[in-house]
Design a protein around this ligand. Sequence first.
Ligand code: ZN
Ligand code: ZN
Length: 330
Amino acid sequence: MVFDGPGRPLRSSELPRPEPGPGQALVEVSACGVCRTDLHVCDGDLHEPKPHVVPGHEIVGRVVAVGEGAPLVEGQRVGVPWLGWTCGECEYCRRDQENLCERARFTGYTLDGGYADYVVADARYCFALPEGMGDAEAAPLLCAGLIGYRSLRMAGDARRVGLYGFGAAAHIVAQVARWQGREVHAFVRPGDEAAKAFALSLGASWAGDSNEPGPEPLDAAILYAPVGALVPAALRAVRPGGTVVCAGIHMSDIPSFPYAWLWRERSIVSVANLTRRDGEEFLAIAPQVPVRTQVEEYPLERANEALERLRRGELSGAAVLRPGGVATRP
Ligand SMILES: [Zn+2]
Ligand SMILES: [Zn+2]
């Protein structure tokens, strides 16, 4: 499925099967999660996609060929995440902040991704996946899980955490946060009773509308919904000294607000991308929790429909695309 330009539906296309170069693996895609970032690519909110890029960065598949020197073996199940390549030389790479690398390349954005039967990936950025999870169930771990985990770490030792927007990331993060002994409050689109029920079923102790503060002050709030107006709303919901973590790659403008809402050492931070260490840590924790994902599967050809359901907030959990060869298997 190919992206031709903002506002145009993805186009089903026959492309030559890619060849793995040195250090790369050719992966036969079994499942690819649909992330809100894909929607931002399709809507033109992110401005530098590779021309005619294949989106998708929550990829689960099997290695079917390896290039010279790639540290993977044929037949191995791997996950391919958003961070596809970094330079290893810049100030950020040297400082253990490869998520901020100035020359980083991203799967499904500046590199072809997993809305496809095959993808090539730099083997150094692929992850081994926990056993005991199916391919479709594991796919959302690759971004919703990894970047969700990074955003939870940014919340520090917050005991009571508010999650704004209860979609793919929050439904995983809620489970991890509960396992860590934190209390979870879910803030959803006003009136979205299904999302409230979903959050409560995953261990949230309270669920309510995002335009009002919760019943008790939060130690931290994490924003997954791409709505700038939620930043001041979340600031009003956190206690002095608390943190508001903006976890998305894009957000509508943040409206101005009185300084008093920030004062008393509240802070606002953003999360950008992931490091390989985030992935290793999270994928080690996930089977201990154990994280269970709720997925809706779609044949690859119906990617546009899955994206539209995400846009409308109609998904419960995460949408996952299955290429034809896989979806038709018994
Ligand atoms: Zn770098
Ligand atoms: Zn993502």
